[in-house]
Design a protein around this ligand. Structure first.
Ligand code: HBI
Ligand code: FE
Length: 290
């Protein structure tokens, strides 16, 4: 999931003008399907009681437990009926403008390859397990579906303002690594967490990371790491509130204001933060000490 590096620069041969490619479902080997099934079984056991109700409902209504790598056409048909979204295949990390344009039109781009059996726990580029298992269930939630479309439109505007860095942090701390406070307690919904065997427990249960109530401006100032577990998780009160703030925020003045404010170092807690867990940062410090 290292997004800073391997973004494709030129339209690959065989890709359409919108950078999509056929999923080519028939080309997956039995080993590929087995990898999906292994990853699926591992996560399915961990997620009840940890993942958001919306996420678990999406997994169920989209029938993602069916064995083997999902066929995007079949998946899109189900998703289209629920929220009007589709899943399209791309050959890797596509340019930002392409990524946002698909999103603004309710098309979620997904890698069509799957990690090798010796890479079950870590890989740099988003594969079909991260993209489909991690992201797509949330798109069956009508409110989250609207949020991601609004984000896509916001991304296109951020490109014009040169404020992509700030907006990308919003994506990171919600879509990829977000937590939500539900009646039953804290739950995970970020794709990078729900698709990770170790981070799905770390994000909720480990004393190391900070867990801070979501504030749009604060999040947009906060650095993040792409190489290891997060040191901060931001907690939304619900998806309605996330959508409301995203739609109601006038981003042009916000970007202008952000340009005058310093970035917030990764693990720093501010006096005005609404803190749920003041993390020990023991995990990150042990890693840094080698
Ligand atoms: N392309 N396929 C793909 N998947 C991503 O998550 C992605 C991308 N291109 C750009 C991008 N993400 C990020 O740079 C934006 O979130 C800012
Ligand atoms: Fe992702």
């Amino acid at each position: 999931m290292n997004k800073e590096t391997h973004v494709l620069e030129r339209l690959p041969e065989g890709a359409a003008q919108d950078w999509t490619i056929p999923q080519d479902w028939d080309r997956y080997s039995q080993e590929d399907h087995n990898t999906w099934d292994t990853l699926f079984a591992r996560q399915a056991k961990l997620l009840p009681g940890r993942a958001s109700e919306s996420y678990l409902r999406g997994l169920d209504v989209l029938k993602l437990s069916k064995p083997g790598i999902p066929d995007f056409e079949e998946l899109s048909e189900r998703l289209m009926k629920l929220t009007g979204w589709q899943v399209v295949a791309v050959p890797g990390l596509v340019p930002d403008a392409v990524f946002f344009d698909h999103m603004a039109n309710r098309r979620f781009v997904a890698g069509n390859f799957i990690r090798r059996p010796d890479q079950l726990d870590y890989l740099q580029e988003p594969d079909v397990f991260h993209d489909v298992f991690g992201h797509v269930p949330m798109l069956a939630d009508p409110v989250f579906a609207d949020y991601l479309e609004a984000y896509g439109r916001g991304g296109l505007r951020a490109l014009e303002h040169g404020s992509l860095k700030q907006l990308a942090r919003l994506y990171w701390y919600t879509v990829e690594f977000g937590l939500v406070e539900e009646d039953a307690g804290l739950r995970i919904y970020g794709s990078g967490i729900v698709s990770s065997y170790s981070e799905s427990r770390f994000a909720l249960e480990d004393p190391s990371p900070n867990r801070i109530r979501f504030d749009m401006k604060r999040v947009m100032r906060t650095d993040y790491r792409i190489d290891d577990f997060q040191q901060n998780y931001f907690v939304i009160p619900g998806f309605e509130e996330l959508l409301r703030q995203t739609v109601e925020t006038d981003f042009a003045p916000l970007y202008a204001e952000l340009a005058t404010l310093p970035d917030i170092p990764i693990a720093e807690i501010l006096p005005e933060d609404d803190v749920i867990t003041h993390g020990t940062q023991a995990y990150a410090e042990a890693k840094a000490a080698g």
